[in-house]
Write a protein that binds this ligand. Sequence first.
Ligand code: SF4
Length: 229
Amino acid sequence: MEQVSLADFLKQAQKRFALPDNQGDFVEQLLLELEKVCSEAETLLVQQRAGDRSLIACAAGCAHCCVVNVSISVLEGLSILRFINQLDDKKREQISVRLDELWIKVRGLDDDERLAQRKKCAFLDHQGCCVIYPVRPLFCRSISSTDPEICRSAVTSKLYGDSQPLLMHQFQLQLYETLFFAVGEGLNQVGLDGRSFQLSGLVRYLLRNSGNEAELLTNASLTWNALYA
Ligand code: SF4
C-alpha cells in the first residue's frame, strides 16, 4: 500500500462503507471492506511508527485491559459472529456460555461500573489470549501500552476514584477510534445501521438470533430490550 496520510485514509474509509443496500450482496461487500480496512490500518500503523515499535509492550497473554466496556458496530458484530461460527462446536459452546454469564453481570453498567466489576471479557481464553483476535473490535485495536504494570495499577486506582496516566501510542489510538466513527458514519449516510452496542450483549444476541444479516443492517431494528433479554 502506498503511503497515505491519516486524514486521507479516514476520509476514504467513510466513503467505502457508504454502500447502498440495493447494491448486490452489500453485506458481503461491507464485511470485505471491514477486513480490508483493518489490514490497511495495520500497514499504516507499521509505516507510521517505524522505529518506536519497541516501546509497545502489548503481547499475547497480557489482558489487563480486557475488563472494560467495548463498543462495536453491528457490522463488526456480524464479522465476529461469522468467525465464531467457523470454530468447532466445543469452542462455540464455551464462548456462548461465557457470554451468557458475563452479560447478566455487566448489562447496563456504565464504564466505571463495568471496570469496578473487573469481569474479564468473554473472549479471553485461559492463557489470557483473545480467541477472536483476527476480527477483534476496532476499539480493542486502538489500545496500546508501554508497560503492563501501569495498565494493571491504572485499573486498580480507578476503582478507588484515582486516575493514573497511561502512556499509549497516540497515532494508534486516533487511527482506530476515528476509523470506528468513520465506519458508522459511512453506514448511516446510506441509511444502514451504523449504531454501536456493547460487545458482549451484541454478539450474544447475534449468536442466539441468527436472522437475516441484510435485514438487521437495513432496518436498524435492534433494540436495547432485545439485547437485554
Ligand atoms: S475482544 Fe479480545 S482484545 Fe477485546 S476486550 Fe475481548 S479479549 Fe480483549
